[in-house]
Write a protein that binds this ligand. Structure first.
Ligand SMILES: [Zn+2]
Length: 94
């Protein structure tokens, strides 16, 4: 299933005031700093985002992981949130 999370080094910064990891169709606001963590997709593309959106994206992005330089506590937080989320949570109103 094609899923374009973000254009990693996108020219256009993500929609107004949200972190680059926020999916365009995900209406939820950011939580905390916009560069709290970085995800790496299976193609090696990186995208920074807040903890909230990193978790949401991670839940639906097969083969993605949290970048190794993200502090362990933060990475754990993202993984544990992602585990509770369905893929593409926003599509079912979560
Ligand atoms: Zn965010």
């Amino acid at each position: 299933m094609p899923y374009r999370a973000t254009r990693a080094s996108g020219a256009s910064r993500a929609s107004r005031g949200r972190c680059p990891a926020a999916a365009p169709r995900d209406p939820t606001p950011c939580e905390g700093p916009h560069d709290a963590a970085t995800l790496v997709d299976r193609h090696g593309r990186e995208v920074a985002g807040c903890v909230h959106h990193c978790a949401r994206v991670l839940a639906g992005l097969e083969g993605a992981r949290v970048h190794p330089f993200v502090p362990a506590g933060q990475a754990l937080e993202i993984y544990s949130r992602a585990r509770e989320l369905p893929p593409f949570a926003w599509e079912i109103g979560r």
